[in-house]
Write a protein that binds this ligand. Structure first.
Ligand SMILES: Cc1cc2nc3c(=O)[nH]c(=O)nc-3n(C[C@H](O)[C@H](O)[C@H](O)COP(=O)(O)O)c2cc1C
Length: 134
């Protein structure tokens, strides 16, 4: 996909900002997932928001790092392609959800391939920030 988008109003070429939305809830009727869907609709024309479903990632296990599971490779590739990550997660037992923490764990690994490096991140739960720190 082109990195530029031509404005429909001004005809000007603007850089496209790619944001990956990640919901920390696997619930079908999740408010957090709905927030990301709303963000997609409300994004300005030069911002592309894509979401990635982390609910089917295997549980993090260091033994699997030598042969990363396909879903993990897909997540890491999506994160790398994005300019910024938009986290939306419920609070479960005073912290981020287990599925969100699991995705953060996988993204961090291996240490020489930390997918979250140099990414702008935004979230509505302050705890994502501390949990994502490696
Ligand atoms: C297992 C569990 C633990 C929860 N722990 C908290 C909590 O510690 N603090 C809080 O404010 N809400 C807590 N909640 C409420 C959820 O954060 C709330 O229902 C949230 O809206 C669910 O998000 P979702 O609609 O995206 O699934 C908990 C809910 C569940 C199911």
């Amino acid at each position: 996909m082109s990195n530029n988008i031509v404005s429909q109003t001004t005809g000007e070429a603007k850089p496209r900002v790619r944001i990956l939305g990640i919901s920390g809830s696997s619930r079908k009727g999740s408010y957090n997932t709905a927030l990301l869907e709303a963000a997609k609709e409300l994004a300005p024309e030069n911002v592309l928001i894509e979401t990635y479903d982390i609910s089917n990632l295997p549980l993090y296990n260091q033994d699997l790092e030598t042969r990363m599971p396909p879903q993990v490779r897909e997540l890491k590739s999506k994160v790398k392609q994005a300019d910024a990550i938009l986290f939306a997660t419920p609070e479960h037992n005073y912290t981020i959800t287990a599925v969100m923490k699991n995705a953060i764990e996988w993204g961090n690994r291996p240490p020489n391939d930390n997918s979250w490096d140099n990414k702008a991140g935004s979230h509505h739960e302050r705890l994502v920030r501390s949990a994502g720190r490696s």
